[in-house]
Design a binder for this molecule. Sequence first.
Ligand code: DQA
Length: 155
Amino acid sequence: MSRLIFVLNGPNLNLLGKRQPHIYGHETLADVERDCRRVAGELRLEMRFHQSNAEYQIIDWIHEARESAGALIINPAAFTHTSVAILDALNTLEVPVLEVHISNVHKREAFRHHSYVSLVASGVIAGFGTHGYQLAIQRAARLIDEAQAAAGAKS
Ligand code: DQA
């Protein structure tokens, strides 16, 4: 089992820190990446961290993860609620998918209550602010460790 994780971020998250800070906080995406790198390093994980406003780019990264990753963490942002194409791409993965939202989407507009990605996610973190990414990385490490232990027990 690979110890490489992908952390993917969808549209408008490049504006984190400037965009609706009363909802998403003051931390920038660079701050989030720095914290994720620290936590991943402590857990002996390698990490690819990406953001795009383009659906096709996110799908291409999911295809890359398919070849190499042990787990994938994704905050699909607005694509959460709209993208069957991202769901289809995630469904090609054999490794755990963890869904992260900075805000508590269930406390917000009704259109944010439905997630296509949740149909494939093994777990969802919402409303824990940017700390949710670190929690998702801890969970990814645990799932990879368990998979490695199970593979070791078989051989
Ligand atoms: C979000 C929630 C989505 O509804 C929204 O479109 C986003 C960010 C979050 O992290 O809370 O862009 O995924």
